[in-house]
Write a protein that binds this ligand. Structure first.
Ligand SMILES: [Zn+2]
Length: 310
């Protein structure tokens, strides 16, 4: 299927909403319909983008007039900052996701964007990657219902399982499985065509999440960013983590710093993936897994990603 902006029907009454090019902030979402009502998988990074998506969904299905449930796969703003447009819907997330959402609401993001010009290279990098989005005056609608582990829902007659697989990308990652349709919405457990970014880790947990997706034997995998995928893309991501773990371990044992390691690692078949600056965050996460005691704060990560992005 072509990687075009908008809705793509991936099973009968089930759509993915894609936002090329899938880079920083350009997330995917999903619509699951059944018997006159529907479930939305994630909102977008700002209100304008989310409103545009909801309009497209209403044109595609009358069931989108009544979105009974919103699932936030995780707390990054590009998957939940549009929640305010879904007042009246149940908003469901893992308990850890709900905590993380409170910690970085859009008002904080807006303040960071205003401060960005005085924050050096890290600020310039943030200002550049998030320039297309608007965080001003965005109220955040927090989850109205949280769960741990697994939550089985029904959308009309359709079964929908929410499976908590974090901490991995963030602390509270959830994937959405439609067992009767062969579809999995992975949230940011899968970035298709670009580097993942390990905000939380451990990496072993992310690999286990990939295993879990493969065990579901989906026909269609809707990634959090990038084009629609087959399970092979999930297996590729496991290969990426395996290789990066090996490469980073050698750098760690040689006493290299993270930036030096990020420039040193040989990515082999994954060298062409987008947003390679995320290696800084990913190698920091692996160094933590290896026992490094100095966790990097967000500003350090942004500075190092800015340095790699050039
Ligand atoms: Zn995302």
């Amino acid at each position: 299927m072509a990687y075009a902006k908008g809705l793509h029907e991936v099973a009968d009454g089930v759509w993915a909403y894609l936002q090329p090019d899938g880079g920083w902030g350009w997330s995917n979402a999903g619509l699951v319909t059944g018997d006159g009502l529907s479930l939305l998988v994630d909102t977008l990074f700002d209100l304008k983008l989310t409103a545009e998506m909801l309009e497209a969904m209403r044109r595609a299905s009358t069931s989108a007039d009544r979105i009974a449930t919103v699932v936030n796969t995780h707390a990054n703003g590009d998957h939940c900052y549009g929640n305010a447009l879904l007042a009246g819907s149940d908003i469901v997330a893992s308990a850890r996701c709900a905590e993380e959402m409170s910690a970085l609401p859009p008002t904080t993001m807006a303040a960071m964007m205003r401060a960005a010009p005085s924050m050096g290279p890290a600020g310039e990098f943030m200002a550049r990657i998030f320039a297309p989005f608007s965080f001003d005056d965005v109220p955040l609608a927090l989850p109205t219902r949280t769960f741990e582990g697994q939550l089985d829902l029904r959308v009309g007659g359709r079964r929908v399982s929410l499976l908590e697989v974090g901490p991995a990308h963030t602390g509270g990652d959830v994937i959405v499985h439609l067992p009767d349709d062969g579809v999995v919405f992975t949230g940011d457990i899968l970035f298709h065509g670009s580097h993942p970014i390990v905000w939380a880790g451990p990496v072993a947990n992310w690999v286990a999440a990939c295993d879990r997706i493969l065990a579901l034997e989906p026909e269609v995998v809707v990634p959090g960013h990038g084009p629609l995928a087959a399970p092979a893309a999930v297996a590729d991501l496991m290969g990426y983590f395996e290789l990066l773990t090996r490469e980073a371990r050698a750098c760690f044992d040689a006493g290299m710093g993270v930036l030096e390691a990020a420039r040193e690692v040989d990515l082999g078949p994954y060298a062409g993936w987008g947003e390679p600056e995320r290696l800084a965050a990913n190698i920091h996460a692996l160094y933590r897994d290896f026992g490094a005691t100095a966790p990097a704060d967000a500003l350090t990560l942004m500075s190092e990603m800015a340095a790699l992005a050039g």
